[in-house]
Design a protein around this ligand. Structure first.
Ligand code: MN
Ligand code: MN
Length: 471
């Protein structure tokens, strides 16, 4: 029998914040989370924005989503989507209310740090052939040597047709890697700072070592590799100029820990949030407000470009929806609310000194809300208002969704931005929320399955809520 609570204990329950791990509140949550994350692991097999878009098409079709057509009179519960250049997608469920009452937006990004190919990638040196890369996003370059790499992307040929490439992950396929210096000869290297230990121009991928059989030909290893590429994909070296190819870690998503409570995989920033959004969008039936679930590109390089969230495609699409219902886009935007779903940094005891323990996020304590991010005195941040925090937390509380609130790390330790600012610039109240991640931007990142599942529940609650935004 539980001991009778003291006066102080009772008072603490009433007036102090209670934060506890999801596993303490509901130990049975793990089995539900494990089940939910089986779909997530399959989603993680798609490692570039193009692959994610290709992956969701058949699932959208199965769930009765149609391609958006301007001028259509959508009924509550109707589902539609709009794709932007094979890399960004906006998926919607029409609400009971007109869009002029606002829409409910979630946005996650489906690009992750990786090694993009240079336009002239192929070269031969010392009897070996390599691809030159230019890293994409913020990486610790030394982490990308001596790990198996998979090559992905698209190449356009001179006749205008394209070929998708995806090689290096299955057991019957060849693997690729970037070499590193042996410790025996690394005296000078080991004295360098971590940012210089491996430099950008050293991130060359080893792709072949056997020459083409011809006495007269030059660069015979390069020629032999190009012949294999020509035979397999019908491409020539010129075609790399009209290509988007990259190398990503070849690891498959794995359960982690004896208890299988975690997932170790590449690209969980931000696929963990993208999957939670996607599952919530699919589960939404007849919402009060029209939902818009966005998968964005180019977040890791600043959201620039036509497929990044600084492009007008998002606003133009909202304008289409407004026109269809004969209202002004600015009214739709003003009444809308957005969860910018991006991962947070989970507290890591090995590096505890960079976190502020009362304001950071912990593994297994639910999705982390970041009221603001930015750096150097909240510079470059969307700082969600007290009204917006009250609105969102009210929805979560009513739906019995657990959350935590945290900053990325200690003040002046660094910092980072998210898509939130690209959404709030359109006059949409926005707040960041996401799965806490260990080893963010490393070739293998770690998350708690229960956090992914709870983020899904949070987004479901946001989409299901009939509470209008009254501020
Ligand atoms: Mn991210
Ligand atoms: Mn990131």
């Amino acid at each position: 029998m539980a001991a009778k609570k003291s006066k102080g204990q009772k008072l603490a329950e009433e007036i102090l914040t209670k934060r506890e791990p999801l596993g303490e509140t509901d130990n049975g949550l793990l089995s539900e989370s494990i089940e939910f994350c089986e779909g997530y692991k399959a989603f993680l097999g798609n490692k570039t924005e193009r692959e994610v878009i290709q992956y969701v098409f058949p699932i959208l079709k199965e769930n009765k989503y149609r391609e958006y057509k301007p001028g259509t009179k959508y009924k509550p519960g109707d589902k539609f989507y709009k794709v932007n250049r094979n890399k960004t997608i906006m998926m919607c469920t029409k609400g009971k209310r007109p869009v002029s009452d606002g829409i409910r937006v979630t946005v996650a990004h489906i690009d992750s740090p990786r090694l993009d190919f240079k336009p002239h990638p192929l070269f031969e040196d010392a009897g070996m052939a390599f691809f030159k890369t230019h890293y994409y996003g913020g990486i610790k370059k030394y982490q990308w040597t001596t790990i198996p790499l998979s090559l992905r992307g698209v190449v356009y040929k001179k006749d205008g047709t394209s070929v998708m490439i995806r090689i290096g992950e299955n057991d019957d396929e060849p693997s690729f890697c970037i070499t590193d210096l042996l410790p025996h000869l690394a005296q000078n290297q080991m004295r360098k700072t971590a940012s210089e230990v491996v430099e950008g121009e050293q991130l060359n991928i080893l792709i072949g070592s056997w020459p083409f059989d011809d006495e007269e030909a030059k660069s015979k290893v390069k020629l032999a590799v190009m012949k294999i590429l020509n035979d397999s994909y019908g491409i020539t070296e010129d075609d790399f100029e009209a290509a988007e190819l990259c190398a990503v870690p070849a690891f498959k998503p794995r359960d982690m820990g004896f208890d299988r409570s975690m997932i170790a995989a590449y690209g969980q920033d931000d696929s963990s949030c993208a999957y939670a959004e996607f599952a919530a969008e699919l589960a939404t039936k007849k919402p009060e407000f029209t939902t818009m679930t966005i998968f964005a590109d180019k977040e890791e390089t600043g959201s620039d470009g036509v497929t990044g969230m600084r492009s007008y495609f998002f606003r133009d699409f909202v304008e289409d929806l407004a026109q269809d219902e004969g209202c002004e886009v600015r009214n739709v935007l003003r009444n809308s609310a957005c969860l910018s779903c991006d991962v947070g940094s989970a507290f890591d005891p090995a590096y505890g000194e960079v976190y502020e323990r009362t304001n950071c996020s912990y593994m297994g304590c639910g999705p982390c809300i970041a009221k603001y991010d930015g750096a150097r005195g909240k510079y470059s941040t969307n700082d969600a208002s007290a009204e917006m925090m009250s609105y969102i937390l009210g929805i979560f509380r009513d739906a019995k969704v657990a959350w935590q609130i945290g900053e990325l790390g200690k003040i002046d330790q660094g910092g980072g931005g998210t898509i939130a600012s690209e959404i709030s610039v359109h006059d949409i109240d926005t707040v960041d929320i996401g799965v806490p991640v260990l080893s963010m931007h490393a070739p293998v990142e770690v998350v708690s399955k229960a956090d992914v599942y709870m983020l899904y529940k949070a987004i479901c609650a946001f989409y299901a809520s009939s509470k209008p935004k009254d501020f």
